[in-house]
Structures are given as C-alpha cells and as structure tokens.
Design a protein. Structure first.
Length: 293
C-alpha cells in the first residue's frame, strides 16, 4: 500500500467475504450498504486488485481475494483479542462466571483456554462445572455452556464454534493383544467401551457407519474420564475428539481417514445474560479460543 494501513477498509472486506454480500456485511458492522461498498472499492483501488466478482445476488471472492482473506482473518482475530483485553481491563472484568462442559472437555480442553483468559482478565473467577448431563442455563445452573447439540430453547443464544474431528481410539496394549482393525467390518470383532445408555451409544455409532451390537460392549461408565481410563488400560475401543485423544502417547488412532466422527461444538448462554458485559466478553473470548483448539 502506498499510504498508511486503513483497518476500516480491510474490516469491510473481511465482513463482505465472510457474509457473501454487502448488505449482510453492513448489518454485521452496523453501517449502511453504500458505506461498506465504498470501503471495499477503496481497498481494491488501493491494492489495484479485483477482490470480488460482483453479481446481482452475491459477492464472490477472486483468487486475489481468497489470498487476502487468509491474512485479513489473522488481523481480525488479533483485533478482537486486543479489543477484548482492553475492555476486560478497563471495564472491571471481575466476579464469577460458571462454565459447564463435559468432564473430558473440562479436564483436557478448558484449562489451556482458561489460562489465556486469566491473563486477559486476572480478577475474573471461572468455576468449571464438569458434567456430562445438559445443565439447565434457563435455571441459571451455569452462565455459559459448551454443548455438542444445538439447544432449541427460545431464551438461549447459541454460537457454533466448530465441527471437531474425532476418531476411534484404543490403547497400545489393546492393539498388541487384539490386533489393529484394518476395515470398518473388522470392528465387529472388537470390544467397545460404552458410555451411559447402550442403545443410544449403538445408534450413535451406527450413524457413523460403525456396526456394533450389545455384544461388543464389554464395559462402560457414565463418566467420560473413567471410560477414557478404561480405554487406556486396554478394555476396548472408545471414540474421542482428536484434540484430546492425540494428547496421550498410549492412545492409538484407529482407521484414520476411514471413519469420520466429527461432532459440532456449541457455545450457549441465556439471552438476558448475553447483555451482561462480563458474560458477553467471556462468551466471545471462549468462542475465539475454542475455535482455535
């Protein structure tokens, strides 16, 4: 660029690229559509590049636009982090926030995220409610929940963070004793560890094309951490997110590239609580950090 960097133009480009239209970008930024259009055009003029192919219904990125989007997203994430940190410091981000998640996520995912949060908001206390049941935010048992199903209650706000990849895992000792399954059909002859309701577990596995029956379920627990420890001791196979499973050197990822056990991650809070500066800031920060996990 010939002159100083103009963040407003890049922000307009980023919003337009991610929403697909000037009107949607304008709504996201709280600006008018002509204003966003002028900012995008000014950026194209300054770069001397066409960033979008314009049609009557949408704005489609050109090759140059796609290249720029990669860098623009990095700058957008940095700007968000700076804004959250500044607001957290100046608005007295303190008090207690209750976050509920599964026991596995509470133990193996949230700690790293909460360490970053502590750096940005040192006076804020976060209580983690490790529970595999769905805590009722409507009854204020928690302020923020991390769930794997989208809530349907009208009074809740939900933001999809990601589609987390997952695979079947077994311990090195189990693979040494029982062999490594090479096909999905081989799984019929292996032991699995169940969690909670066997029928629901079998149905969930069937949805992923994994053919197991009650005969395959040789042990189980209602605790995610306990089932994972049973897997590590060689009791059988258990599905787990790659982010957690790959933390353990004694865990072997099975049928990599053959099975696809991805699952959604939703961040949820009560509509009224989202108007709280403290909870809104923590909600947005958790969304950013968990999407990077």
């Amino acid at each position: 660029m010939d002159r100083g960097f103009d963040w407003t133009q890049l922000r307009a480009f980023l919003a337009t690229a991610e929403t697909g239209s000037l009107s949607a970008a304008a709504r996201q930024l709280g600006l008018t559509q002509p204003t966003v259009g002028r900012q995008v055009t000014a950026l194209e003029d300054e770069l001397r590049l066409a960033l979008f192919e314009r049609t009557a219904r949408a704005m489609t990125l050109t090759d140059a636009g796609r290249d720029l989007l990669v860098e623009a997203r990095k700058m957008g994430e940095a700007a968000t982090r700076i804004s959250v940190m500044a607001q957290g410091r100046t608005q007295g981000l303190e008090g207690t926030i209750r976050v509920t998640a599964s026991d596995m996520m509470s133990a193996y995912v949230l700690p790293d995220t909460l360490l970053k949060l502590r750096d940005l908001a040192p006076r804020l206390r976060v209580d983690v409610i490790a529970a595999n049941d769905i805590r009722d935010i409507l009854r204020r048992e928690a302020d923020i929940a991390i769930r794997h199903v989208r809530p349907t209650e009208a009074d809740l706000i939900a933001r999809k963070i990601s589609d987390a990849s997952a695979h079947l895992y077994a311990s090195k000792s189990y693979v040494a004793a029982r062999g490594l399954p090479e096909t999905v059909e081989d799984l019929k002859h292996h032991d699995f560890i169940s969690m909670s309701d066997d029928e629901m577990y079998i149905a969930a596995m069937a949805n992923y094309g994994i053919p197991i029956t009650a005969a395959n379920l040789r042990t189980g627990s209602t605790s995610g951490i306990t089932t994972w420890e049973l897997m590590r001791k060689g009791f059988g196979i258990f599905p787990m997110s790659d982010h957690i499973g790959d933390q353990f050197e004694d865990a072997v990822r099975l049928l990599d590239g053959v099975t696809n056990l991805s699952f959604p991650v939703w961040l949820v809070t009560h509509r009224e609580l989202h108007t709280s500066k403290r909870i809104r800031l923590v909600f947005d920060l958790l969304a950013e950090m968990l999407s990077e996990s």
